[in-house]
Design a protein around this ligand. Structure first.
Ligand code: 5RP
Length: 281
């Protein structure tokens, strides 16, 4: 637990933040203002909601989060067709997927990674990791998310890999997002929005975000794979993700914004106690 912004916002409108306490959440790799509990309030009214059971109901017993990660990662394997050029995201859910990939090794033609951490794990499993430049477009990109809506808009970047994740999502013919139901929300923004910024511009960008009524918190002691910094923006009202993504993207010094709405997921796989649901655009 620490007081945020005193160092970073020394000469900005920091007074608003004094006393604002943030927590480092090691599972999400992000600071949080409060323990986050996302309430899935529109889960039955998705754009297209198909139900795909991957396991029988266990009755009243509830699956733990790890079991949900395993079931949703397994469900995503069917999107990796024969001869696939595969993009792999970053995070604990994707780590489960990576550990399953050896079982379908012969289907994978090439693999591109969204982060150093993912590349390392893939290499431990004996995969040769290629660059996006050498592979070209990807057949499928599979990644987790910090929040998702029924429109398949996402917040990503809890692990700080958002820029490369956005590139791989953009280069993929199909983007499959894998989450458990705690990540499904009515409106994005409870999870602090990660924004990757050029280090020399971070104070400037933070001041612009304050004008938009967000509360930026510098992710201390964290440098992205691209050598940049992350601002985690608390309390931003993201009622129109497309507009907010565009607006934040236009700030000079912003490398990328953790809202994935202009390039949302194509398929959202959601694990809950009963199995895995599939939502599509
Ligand atoms: C990393 C990400 C991750 O996909 C996101 O943080 C979800 O991670 P996890 O599966 O560990 O909950 O965007 O930058």
């Amino acid at each position: 637990m620490r007081k945020s912004c005193q160092v970073f916002f020394r000469n900005s409108k920091c007074a608003r933040f004094r006393g604002h306490i943030s927590f480092w959440d090691p599972h999400r790799g992000a600071h949080t203002a409060d323990p986050i509990s996302s309430v899935p309030d529109e889960t039955d009214s998705g754009v297209t909601l198909l139900v795909q059971k991957t396991r029988k109901s266990d009755g009243p017993k509830s699956m733990d989060q790890t079991a949900k990660k395993v079931s949703v990662a397994k469900a995503s394997l069917e999107y990796i067709g024969s001869g696939a050029a595969l993009g792999v995201g970053t995070g604990t859910t994707v780590n489960v997927l990576i550990d399953l990939l050896p079982s379908i090794r012969n289907r994978i033609r090439s693999i591109v990674s969204s982060s150093g951490a993912t590349a390392e794990r893939l290499e431990k499993h004996g995969f040769e990791v290629s660059t996006l430049n050498s592979v070209g477009d990807l057949d499928v990109y599979i990644d987790g998310a910090d929040e998702a809506t029924k429109h398949l808009h996402l917040i990503k970047g809890g692990g700080g890999a958002l820029t490369r994740e956005k590139v791989l999502a953009g280069a993929a013919r199909k983007f499959v997002c894998i989450i458990d139901e705690s990540k499904l929300v009515g409106m994005l923004g409870k999870f602090p929005l990660p924004i990757e910024v050029l280090p020399m511009a971070q104070s400037f960008v933070a001041r612009q975000i304050i004008k938009l009524r967000g509360q930026p918190v510098w992710r201390e002691n964290f440098v992205t794979d691209n050598g940049n910094h992350i601002l985690d923006v608390h309390n931003l009202t993201i009622s129109n993700p497309l507009e907010m993504e565009t607006r934040l993207n236009q700030l000079p010094g912003v490398i990328s914004v953790g809202i994935f709405s202009h390039r949302p997921a194509d398929v959202l796989l959601v694990a809950d106690d009963r199995g895995v649901r599939k939502m599509m655009r």
